[in-house]
Every structure is written in structure tokens, then in C-alpha cells.
Design a protein around this ligand. Structure first.
Ligand code: ADP
Ligand code: MG
Length: 290
């Protein structure tokens, strides 16, 4: 099969891992930087040009669209979809999973448990906080990644000044209950084709409540229990993501879905678990595109 990995970083661990996994299975794999694609619609026909050549022979794509490239990157994915090319994550699911509130709304349709979260229209932070009873509170930018954009406000006063600052910057955010009992740990499950193929437990660096590996957290492999596994699979299905990372926060109320990532990093999970996660992406394509 002709498979393209849509990635801006040909040398990145995840891109390389997927590339090698595809080649090992004798596929023709190429890495396409989506930012260099030119999209056109000619006589109603969707076309993609890349570095001067038309690309019209792909069977499948593995999008690795970065948060700074959501609009154009998902547009490239949609163009390939219009050509009938199979994709591990749809253009729509890339967009909806990137916005934390939209993601929570979709999860709530399927009654997937998430931390208590509220969205206001940013106009009146004082009003928004009036109804909020428990502190500390988490304030989260809708489009943050790597733990940047997640703020822990200890009191109503610090929450108010933070919201006012965010308003002056025109940022969008949600308020979220702080799950203190998670103590800086969370679970990252990789779901591919409706199965959890690898999972790890991440523990934040001392003093940080954020367990992102980009923030220096450490990780160990885990086997999810039945409830956690079912939750991860349901979350991926609800968002319509064929291959993704699901973050789960353990809480007194049971496991809660924190976010879903359409472009999960493979380095941390493969090194932590020793699993060949990239191989699962390739076999998922093989199962779905004959
Ligand atoms: P990002 O997209 O930046 O990774 P997350 O929502 O996943 O944002 O939050 C980053 C980390 O912060 C999580 O992995 C978790 O460790 C911690 N965290 C986020 N929300 C909460 C919460 N409501 N209660 C406790 N810890 C949280
Ligand atoms: Mg996260």
C-alpha cells in the first residue's frame, strides 16, 4: 500500500517509528509535510499538490497534525478524505478533539465521565466564579497542550485575577474541578482500532500537579483495569478517532477522561512499555483498507 505520514518533522521519533513500522510490512511509506501541500478543487475534483507534483496514488494517511497547524492540516486531511483515502483520524475528529470544551461536550453526549467543567462567555469572571464553591480550581485554556495553559488557582481571589488577565489577552478558557486525589498522576492509553494497545501511568515531577512528560514527569507501564479500558475505548469511539491517546484521571468518583489527543507522542509510550505501538497503526490501516 502507499501510505503517507503527514508530519512536519521527518526526524521526529513518532514519525520515524511509524515510517519504519510501515516499511517493515513492505508498504511504500512517504513523509509529507502538510504545510507544503497546495490544495485545489478543479472541475469539482479534489487535488493535492506537494512540492510541484500531484499526489493521487495514496491508499492511506496517518495525520500527525500539530496544534499550531490545525486549520490547514485538517484541511489537507479533508482533501485526502474527499479522494477516498483512508485516514487513521478524520479531519473532523482532529478539530473537535483539539478544543477541550467541544471535546467534553461530545463526551457528555455519550455520558463519558469527565471532571466537572464550566464554560462562561468570558464577559463577567466575577459572576462565573460566584457559583463556584470549591478551591483550588483549575483554569484551562481551550487549546493548550503539553501542560501549558493549565493553571491551578488556590483561591477565589487568585482565580479572579487570572481570569481577568486571560480576558485582557482574549484567551478562551474553562473552569474545572481540581481532582486533588490524583496527586499529579494520570493514565495515558493508546487506543487503536477500538483496542487499548498500550498504557502508562505518568507521575509529575515533585511539586507539579501536571503529569505531562513534556513537564518532566516520569512514567511506568500499566495494565488498565476493565473500567479504565472500557472508558478509553468509549472516549475514542465517541470522538471518532481511529488512533489516539486518551488521558484518564483517577478520582474518588472513578476514572475520568481528561483529554483525547489525535496526535499522541509515541516516544514516551514505546520506551515506557516496550510495545511497538506504531505497528498497531499500520495493522489498523491493513485491516481497514484492502
Ligand atoms: P494538556 O493538553 O496541556 O496536556 P490536560 O488537560 O491534559 O492539558 O492537563 C495537563 C495535566 O494537568 C494532566 O495530565 C493532569 O496531570 C493535570 N490536570 C489537568 N486537569 C486536572 C484536574 N482537573 N485535576 C487535577 N489535575 C489535572
Ligand atoms: Mg494532556
Amino acid at each position: 500500500m502507499n501510505i503517507a505520514i503527514l508530519s512536519r518533522g521527518a526526524q521526529l521519533y513518532s514519525t520515524q517509528s511509524l515510517f519504519k513500522a510501515g516499511e517493515l510490512r513492505n508498504h511504500d511509506v512517504e513523509i509529507i509535510d502538510p504545510t507544503h501541500c497546495v490544495l485545489s478543487i478543479e472541475d469539482g475534483e479534489p487535488k493535492v499538490h506537494y512540492l510541484g507534483d500531484e499526489i493521487d496514488d495514496l491508499h492511506a494517511i496517518i495525520p500527525r497534525i500539530g496544534a499550531s497547524n490545525t486549520y490547514f492540516g485538517s484541511s489537507v486531511v479533508r482533501q485526502f478524505e474527499a479522494q477516498g483515502v483512508f485516514t487513521t483520524v478524520s479531519s473532523e475528529s482532529i478539530i473537535t478533539s483539539r478544543d477541550k470544551w467541544t471535546c467534553f461536550q461530545l463526551l457528555s453526549r455519550a455520558r463519558v465521565p469527565t471532571p466537572m467543567t464550566i464554560l462562561g462567555n468570558n464577559r463577567d469572571p466575577e459572576k462565573l466564579l460566584e457559583g463556584w464553591k470549591s478551591f483550588p480550581v483549575i483554569i484551562k485554556l481551550l487549546k493548550g497542550t503539553h501542560g501549558q495553559g493549565v493553571i491551578l488557582a488556590e483561591s477565589r481571589q487568585s482565580a479572579l485575577s487570572t481570569l481577568e488577565t486571560l480576558n485582557s489577552l482574549g484567551a478562551r478558557y474553562v473552569l474545572q474541578e481540581f481532582i486533588a486525589e490524583s496527586k499529579g498522576t494520570d493514565l495515558r492509553a493508546i487506543v487503536v482500532g477500538g483496542n487499548v494497545v498500550a498504557a502508562m501511568k505518568r507521575q509529575s515531577e515533585d511539586g507539579d500537579f501536571r503529569s505531562n512528560l513534556h513537564r518532566g514527569a516520569s512514567a511506568i507501564p500499566v495494565k488498565l483495569d476493565y473500567k479504565q479500558e472500557a472508558l478509553a475505548i468509549r472516549a475514542a469511539k465517541t470522538l471518532g478517532l481511529g488512533a489516539c491517546g486518551v488521558d484518564i484521571l483517577p478520582s474518588q468518583k472513578g476514572p475520568l477522561v481528561l483529554e483525547i489527543n489525535s496526535t499522541p507522542g509515541l516516544e514516551g509510550i514505546e520506551n515506557t512499555t516496550g510495545m511497538d505501538v506504531a505497528r498497531h497503526f499500520i495493522s489498523y490501516i491493513e485491516r481497514n483498507k484492502r
